[in-house]
Design a protein around this ligand. Structure first.
Ligand code: FEO
Length: 164
């Protein structure tokens, strides 16, 4: 049986993963509104991944006999500025998620909750991959800038996510 403190912490993380999906859907719509369909597609795929992250945690919580407490998901911002800013914000958001996962992992260790620790290892690894992947996108965007042909080339590349 999972502790009530770990149950609360996992429920909070589930809400955060759902917020991440909301945030990336809003960013996707923002990019789409600027005709950057490739960046929009990439962010929609990312939103689906976040929903999957929440679902995986929900299943783990239920498998441990925990109680799912879904809460209202916060509304994301409405304005994001240029594409570079969108991805800088994405990276900043992922770094904050990494901090939350680390805190959860630490809590599992302190509670000697080995099952949660092992389940959370997947998220620790996932955060390394996400920060790396998004950091590269930010670097590429800084290299080409918000104007000119380079950003449209990147847009077409981003549009291939999950399609090749
Ligand atoms: Fe669910 Fe992007 O971390």
């Amino acid at each position: 049986m999972i502790s009530s403190t770990m149950q609360d912490a996992l429920n909070a993380q589930i809400n955060l993963e759902q917020y991440s999906a909301q945030l990336y859907l809003a960013m996707s719509a923002h990019c789409s509104g600027k005709s950057f369909k490739g960046f929009a597609h990439w962010l929609t795929v990312q939103a689906s991944e976040e929903t999957a992250h929440a679902a995986k945690l929900i299943q783990f919580l239920l498998d441990r006999g925990g109680r799912l407490e879904l809460k209202a998901v916060a509304a994301p911002p409405k304005e994001f500025g240029g594409v570079i800013h969108v991805f800088e914000e994405t990276l900043a958001h992922e770094k904050s998620i990494t901090g939350r996962i680390s805190a959860l992992f630490e809590q599992a260790r302190q509670e000697k909750d080995h099952a949660s620790e092992i389940a959370l290892q997947w998220y620790v690894t996932e955060q390394v991959e996400e920060e790396c992947r998004i950091g590269e996108i930010v670097d590429h965007l800084h290299a080409v800038g918000d104007q000119g042909g380079g950003i449209w080339y990147l847009d077409s590349k981003m549009g291939k996510r999950g399609r090749s």
